[in-house]
Design a protein around this ligand. Sequence first.
Ligand SMILES: [Zn+2]
Length: 195
Amino acid sequence: MLENEVLRKAEQLRPRKVGVLGKVDSILEETQLDAPYQPGSSNGVRPTRGCPNATECEACGGIEYLSREFCRCGHYLRGQLEDEYLSWVRRLEHEVEEISTDYLQKQKKLKKGLMLTILLLTPPIAVQVTSPDLLGLFAYLWILAGLVVVCILAFIEARLARPTNDATEFLQNSSLQVYLEHRNLILNSSPDASG
Ligand SMILES: [Zn+2]
């Protein structure tokens, strides 16, 4: 009988204990001391999603300040940021490789054109040196046309080389600081950017 009485009182007490815990939870939520991450909400102690100083924790999905070394869940945010940076550098390297390959293919064609122009320039120059009166003005016009073609090819080559040079220079200067300065822009323009 005594055991039944104890059990009955325990059943009566249990809801009161839950009620107290519920109040504690609500106080923690109100004061934001607990501050669990709620997708789509800003609770004042975390940055807003999309801010330049915000990052999303890969472990818990919480939005945290970029300067934090660890997320509130314990995830190593600094390492996550470094992974982001290295992934960006790898993407840049891949882009530079693609641009360079394209440039080298076009440069090969230009070199062939240059070789052909030099070959066509050789006969009139040789004739002009050995027998200056044989071709006369025609030789000068031939050489002049050849030189114009060489200049045009050199100009095209310089224009084609510019994107490769610019991309290579950017890659060489792609420090973590540069990544942080352009991070939001980079994340929004990356192929796997979502939302
Ligand atoms: Zn986290």
